[in-house]
Design a protein around this ligand. Structure first.
Ligand code: ATR
Length: 277
């Protein structure tokens, strides 16, 4: 059996074993996928032991995505631009490939839900690691505008400047206040606000009747940020569960060279979340 793990700390809450076990069943792959609680300070050694003992690949989550970036011997372009790695794969020559599938997971989920990115005015709220991972995959879909807004505007400016070379002048940074004259087709919330039942305090005027809002956070019910966006006039809200399944599908394809279907897994996961409450 080929061995895969997700490494993080904490890790018990991870949905990835559930998702990948369903993918493996559907695509008839002989593999195991488990959680591995990484130790702060010895991540590199633990990954090395895993691969020496026959491990084939791993997903990496908080707080080890930058450490994984540092230990990969080959990086994809999107991982380089994200500055973080969520997928490692043992290569035939003994090297370790580092990739980042978070951004394509988001993009696949949006496109599968018929949200137009090409030519769209997109607002990305937040400027942490979660935002950085999705900028390049979004830019590849040629939005008319990608505005990054953050509570602390200097972080948004730094993030936008990292991608200026990869954009046709369609990326910019903004404070929350300076958004008040603008409207967007798509608002993507990469902040952790919903995790503490809050919402990013952007001007409600950014939403109009056609605005689609995407919160990267997910839960059993509607996230607090999405709830607020609906109250402020957004037409449609989506949570981040589809992004989770989308990034997993992309990692699985990198490892197994076969693309799993995602819709049934997403439904099963939604049910599982509802049962847990
Ligand atoms: P991650 O890797 O998940 O992006 P992070 O690097 O800690 O985590 O970044 C968290 C992001 O959420 C930041 O953009 C943060 O804004 P600041 O840089 O101004 O702190 C944002 N954030 C968290 N809680 C927020 C809230 N209640 N309102 C607005 N932004 C919030």
């Amino acid at each position: 059996m080929d061995k895969y793990v997700i490494v993080g700390n904490p890790i018990a809450q991870s949905k990835s074993p559930f998702i990948h076990t369903l993918f493996a069943r559907e695509t008839e792959q002989k593999m195991t996928y488990e959680t591995l609680k990484g130790s702060l300070g010895s991540f590199k050694e633990e990954i090395s032991v895993f691969f020496t003992n026959g491990g084939r690949g791993c997903n990496i989550t908080v707080p080890f995505k930058e450490d994984a970036y540092a230990i990969a011997t080959v990086l994809t372009e999107r991982a380089c631009l994200a500055g973080a790695v969520n997928t490692l794969k043992k290569l035939d020559d003994g090297g370790i490939l580092g990739d980042n599938t978070d951004g394509v997971g988001l993009v696949h989920d949006l496109l599968s839900k018929h949200v137009r990115l090409n030519g769209a005015k997109i607002l990305l709220v937040g400027a942490g690691g979660a935002a950085r991972g999705v900028v390049y995959p979004l830019l590849k879909h040629n939005p008319q505008q990608l505005v990054i807004a953050n509570r602390r505007v200097n972080k948004a400016e730094t993030l936008a400047s990292l991608f200026a070379d990869h954009s046709m002048d369609n990326i910019s940074a903004s404070s929350f206040d300076d958004l008040s004259e603008l409207k967007f087709d798509v608002v993507i919330n990469s902040t952790s606000a919903s995790l503490s039942n809050q919402y990013p305090n952007i001007p409600a005027s950014v939403f109009d009747k056609d605005t689609v809002v995407y919160d990267m956070v997910y839960g059993s019910g509607m996230t607090s940020s999405n709830q607020w966006a609906i109250e402020m006039g957004a037409s449609r809200v989506i949570d981040g569960l589809g992004m989770l399944v989308g990034q997993a599908a992309e990692s699985f394809t990198i490892w197994r060279k076969i693309r799993p279907k995602t819709s049934q897994v997403l439904r099963a996961l939604r049910l599982k979340l509802a049962e847990q409450t």
